[in-house]
Design a protein around this ligand. Structure first.
Ligand code: MG
Length: 407
């Protein structure tokens, strides 16, 4: 089987409400580029990468000369053809490789009648647990949802998410307001769900010293881990030496060089693996295997996925032996998906590993066209700006937090 063509379609998928984060906001939609690899046997494989819009489309399609005639099962060859670490200094191809690798595993799995996780060695679990992903949100006029800022409002939203999806672990995306506000909200969550587990992630905007203070305030809570409170491998290492709870990162360990350095320094306890940041499902799994040898924990990171990437996350979660914590997903904030059958469902906080070959999901071409059209209408957005805070941009450590009194 050989690749004969590659296509890329950018879609805009509406969210229930705009999601606020430490560097800005998701302005009420996710922009994703859907990649289709077409083979000479008439089979298609699907991949997905984030952001970028037309730029991402061009970056994907421009790789056709590199992969035309390539056998999709030759994944190690694919890695070197596209993502040679020195050649890649001249181009940022990691995420493009991720989407093509996903599509190749999808189409190779379909041709062989095996699941993507079977290409990694098989599944250790058939359902993957997820954490609720709680954001401070702006109110959305269309859906009537969002607008949560106070502890009471976030707890009410967490109760709604738990009622709908059954989550037993909860993640608060902090860093929008001053750390005192996050502490208040996080402690209120812990009080509201005494049997559950919790994680706090302010996207690296606190200093090491502020992070130490917050760690002291939340030490009594059943914390999964303290995720990226401050920036840098050295910052995280200094913090880890000074606090008692496990730490986690999805920002400072995102490639194999950083992974080696993190392990040597014992800088962070839990590495959150992303199937796009690391260059693909197989690359993320490979990182997980290295971490297993050194007895480090892993879990699955979410970078704002639609159903194709979510499927890759499920296959990763199924195959990783050392997946010690519930995975993250933004998925429940979407209003729809581009896959056949609509959005995958959470049952008791878990999503079932798709049963079909490859990634196990099929793209609904009508929905793909519909949300591509929506993208042409609404366009992209600036992820690292806040639509309600004119002139503001984030720095690390942050000193100009948002005001909870201003909605
Ligand atoms: Mg994070």
């Amino acid at each position: 089987m050989r690749i004969v063509d590659i296509k890329a379609t950018t879609v805009a998928m509406p969210l229930e409400a705009p999601l606020r984060h430490a560097a800005g906001a998701h302005w009420g939609r996710f922009i994703r580029t859907i990649v289709e690899v077409v083979t000479d046997e008439g089979l298609s494989g699907w991949g997905e990468l984030g952001g970028g819009g037309e730029t991402a489309e061009n970056a994907v399609v421009s790789l056709l000369p590199y992969i035309k005639g390539h056998d999709p099962l030759q994944l190690e060859q694919l890695r070197w053809k596209i993502m040679n670490p020195v050649a890649s200094l001249y181009n940022a191809r990691t995420q493009v490789h991720a989407a093509i690798e996903m599509a190749c595993m999808d189409v190779a799995g379909k041709a062989l009648g095996v699941r993507a996780c079977d290409l990694l060695g098989g599944a250790l679990r058939e359902t993957i647990p997820f954490a609720s992903y709680l954001f401070y949100r702006y109110r959305d006029d269309k859906t009537g949802l969002g607008g949560e800022v106070t502890p009471e409002e976030i707890v009410a939203e967490a109760k709604r998410q738990k009622r709908l999806h059954g989550f037993k672990s909860h993640k608060l995306k902090g860093g929008v307001f001053a750390p005192e506000h996050d502490v208040e909200v996080y402690c209120a969550l812990a009080e509201a769900f005494p049997g559950d587990r919790f994680r706090l992630d302010p996207n690296s905007v606190w200093s090491v010293e502020e992070s130490i203070w917050v760690a002291g305030q939340i030490a009594h809570i059943r914390n999964d881990y303290f995720e990226d409170p401050c920036f840098g491998l050295e910052g995280m290492r200094r913090l880890r030496d000074r606090i008692s709870m496990p730490t986690a990162t999805n920002t400072v360990v995102v490639n194999f060089e950083q992974l080696a350095s993190c392990i040597r320094q014992e800088a962070v306890d839990v590495i959150l693996l992303d199937t796009t940041f690391w260059g693909g499902l197989r690359q993320a799994y490979r990182a997980g295997q290295i971490l297993e040898a050194f007895q480090f924990g892993t879990s699955v990171h979410s970078s704002g996925e639609l159903g194709i990437q979510l499927a890759s996350m499920l296959h990763l979660g199924a195959a990783l032996p050392n997946m010690s914590f519930a995975a993250d997903a933004h998925y429940h904030h979407l209003t729809d998906d581009i896959i056949v059958g609509g959005k995958m469902q959470y049952i008791d906080g878990e999503i079932a590993l798709p049963k079909g070959p490859g990634l196990g999901v099929e793209v609904d071409r009508d929905k793909l066209a519909h949300y591509a059209d929506h993208y042409r209408k609404v366009g992209g957005y600036t992820y690292d700006r806040d639509p309600q805070r004119e002139g503001w941009y984030s720095i690390q450590p942050e000193t100009r937090f948002a005001d909870p009194a201003r909605r």
